[in-house]
Design a protein around this ligand. Structure first.
Ligand code: SAM
Length: 247
């Protein structure tokens, strides 16, 4: 059987596509893409032209059998998303899960990923982090999620869209207060910017300069201060007691 190549593509700067990715994209029989028009532009930039098939969250499950048939016929297939690494807040999980369950060979081609790029330059602890993808869109649900995360000691990482970044900062201010936040904006692009401050301070910066609210963002939040061992066990004992009382 052929192999499925999971290929990372640039998150802005086209030079970030690896030579290996370019070679594989030129060689596979078929490219499954989140948006064939979008990925078609990348292929044209590389001077390549391959057959493409759309694979997005609404048709992913129904594409599995057809793609598996191509693999079983001995053809190699590549999976790409619009930007960055497939499956990371992007389609592909269902396909990979199903093909792996069927014993197919799945080969990752590592490359750009906004969350890793953001963390690698933010100056927040990276030994442990908690990636949360996109926060819920609705204000109440979003604040409830942040409340659940408030005690986590790992660096928190979120993806965010430009039209919600201010609301998210406002929620961070109300739920987490003065916590240090680093915003990575437009990574690898002309207006790449890192802003560092409290949620309230960052909102003020965006009000001063609305350009700072444009583009794509990774939002990183310092973890809660580490609790001592004794304090930690006291908290766990309290949680256990509460759980038992509610039984
Ligand atoms: N699969 C992608 C990856 O590997 O990073 C992420 C796809 S997700 C649908 C899109 C989100 O990723 C954006 O809303 C933003 O939070 C983040 N992102 C993607 N490109 C970015 C960039 N150049 N600068 C900052 N954030 C970016």
């Amino acid at each position: 059987a052929g192999s499925l190549y999971v290929v990372a593509t640039p998150i802005g700067n086209l030079d970030d596509l690896s030579p290996r990715a370019a070679r594989v994209l030129g060689e596979v029989a078929l490219i499954a893409a989140e948006d064939t028009r979008h990925s078609g532009r990348l292929l044209r930039h590389l001077g390549l032209s391959r057959p493409m098939l759309s694979l997005h969250e609404h048709n992913e499950a129904s594409r599995v059998d057809a793609l598996d048939a191509r693999l079983m016929a001995g053809e190699d297939v590549a999976l790409v998303s619009d930007a960055g690494t497939p499956l990371i807040s992007d389609p592909g999980f269902v396909l990979v899960r199903e093909l792996r369950a069927r014993g197919r060979r799945i080969i990752p081609l590592p490359g750009p990923c906004a969350l890793v790029a953001a963390l690698s330059a933010a100056g927040l602890p990276t030994d442990r982090f908690l990636f949360q993808g996109f926060l819920p869109a609705k204000g109440g649900t979003r604040r409830a999620r942040l409340e659940r995360l408030a005690g986590r000691e790992e660096t928190l990482v979120f993806y965010e869209s430009p039209h919600r970044v201010r609301d998210t900062l406002a929620d961070l201010a109300s739920v987490l207060g003065e916590r240090r936040v680093v915003l990575a904006r437009e990574l690898t692009k002309a207006f790449e910017t890192f802003l560092d401050g409290t949620p309230a301070g960052l909102i003020a910066r965006m009000e001063e300069d609305p350009d700072q609210a444009r583009g794509e963002f990774v939002v990183m939040v310092a973890g809660a201060p580490a609790r001592g061992e004794a304090e930690q066990s006291a908290v766990e004992a309290d949680e256990l007691l509460l759980a038992l009382l509610s039984e």
